[in-house]
Design a protein around this ligand. Structure first.
Ligand SMILES: Cc1cc2nc3c(=O)[nH]c(=O)nc-3n(C[C@H](O)[C@H](O)[C@H](O)COP(=O)(O)O)c2cc1C
Length: 332
């Protein structure tokens, strides 16, 4: 696949499971999917949940497995392992700003040293022979366009195929808005495709970032959880032909059955997650998707306080029977 004008579902720990990808695919899907980040060392030692993180369903040919960690040898070996299983690509996480990941030397910690990052990519490239190799990164410790460019040029020299920039610094977390002008900077200076990511919530946002910053692809995270139809909506607005979806009641106006979407996700989850994860993952999904509901805040408080996975479906059913006017939603 050529990385040009691609729509990408962001890698999101606790969200990017096969169940979530199936939901997006049933709307019509996007071009590429990031997996949850996979801890390289745990993958090698056979951690109890790693087999769930590497699952490539339902479209292995679109899946990018993302590795996280701070140890070169583990990352190299894990990449070699992933290169031998179904999937489109392998991504190195140089963007995560979670303190526990940084303490272990991973995520955005890699951006502190060009030499260290260079070694990581060089050794990974030598082991990844069948798949695309990419890096997802932030701006780094602070805004410094020269450093960012030098950092990315070193990654390119070591053979990455494309990169994704989430243009915030480590300290920003989600506080400041994403500074897409850095996506354009990389796009103008690097000879590889550059995917931009951050704060794309609507079709208008998508049009704006494409027109102003000319990325080779747009990655969407939180808005794809809140609105799992966002990729098909964008594709529909761009004039693409989409297959029928069980959730889309009409394309114009774009009308989705929100109740069916939520219940479908709850049905899919147990097929692809260990029992221990069901409650937390369902709650995380419901946290985002309840942003569509008029009484979403109250609904999510009930969800959050529910004592078990089994109660969640009942809460969803009850909400929609009390608010039948919200079952179907027109997307603008
Ligand atoms: C719940 C959650 C989990 C995330 N997990 C990861 C991850 O595992 N790897 C990663 O590179 N980024 C992760 N991110 C960051 C997203 O991939 C993305 O860069 C960020 O959310 C900005 O995009 P957005 O504004 O479209 O959400 C996560 C974000 C969220 C909200």
């Amino acid at each position: 696949m050529c990385i040009k004008d691609v729509l990408v579902a962001a890698p999101m720990a606790t969200i990017s499971t096969p169940a979530f990808r199936i939901l997006l695919e049933e709307f019509g899907g996007c071009d590429l999917y990031g997996s949850e980040m996979i801890n390289a060392a745990s993958l090698l030692t056979g951690g109890p949940f790693e087999s769930y993180y590497v699952m490539a369903e339902p479209v292995p040919e679109k899946l990018i497995h993302q590795l996280v960690g701070g140890d070169l040898e583990s990352l190299w070996k894990a990449a070699a392992y992933l290169d031998g299983i179904p999937g489109f690509g392998i991504d190195l996480n140089m963007g995560c700003s979670a303190p526990e990941i940084i303490r272990a030397g991973g995520g955005v910690r890699w951006m502190r040293s060009i030499d260290a990052a260079r070694s990581l990519v060089a050794g990974t490239r030598a082991r990844v022979k069948h798949k695309r190799l990419s890096v997802k990164l932030r701006l780094g410790e602070q805004e410094d366009p020269e450093y960012l460019l030098a950092f990315c040029q070193a990654l390119v020299a070591e053979g990455i195929d494309f990169l994704t920039l989430h243009p915030r610094t480590r300290k920003d977390k989600f506080r400041r808005i994403a500074r897409w002008e850095y996506v354009r900077l990389l796009k103008e200076h690097l000879p590889i495709p550059v995917i931009g990511n951050g704060d794309v919530r609507t079709y208008d946002d998508y049009c704006r970032v494409r027109a102003r910053y000319c990325p080779d692809g747009v990655m969407i995270g939180r808005a794809a959880v809140r609105s799992p139809w966002i990729f098909s909506y964008i594709r529909y607005k761009e004039g693409q032909q989409l297959p029928a979806s069980p959730f889309v009641e009409s394309w114009n106006p774009f009308t989705v059955n929100l109740r069916a979407v939520i219940l479908r996700f709850l049905d899919l989850l147990p097929q692809y997650q260990p029992r221990e994860f069901l409650e937390s993952r369902a709650k995380r999904f419901l946290q985002y998707v309840s942003g569509n509901l008029v009484f979403g805040h109250r609904f999510f408080t009930q969800v959050w306080n529910a004592s078990g996975w089994e109660d969640l479906r009942t809460l969803v059913d009850r909400y929609f029977s009390e608010h039948p006017e919200e079952v179907v939603r027109v997307v603008e």
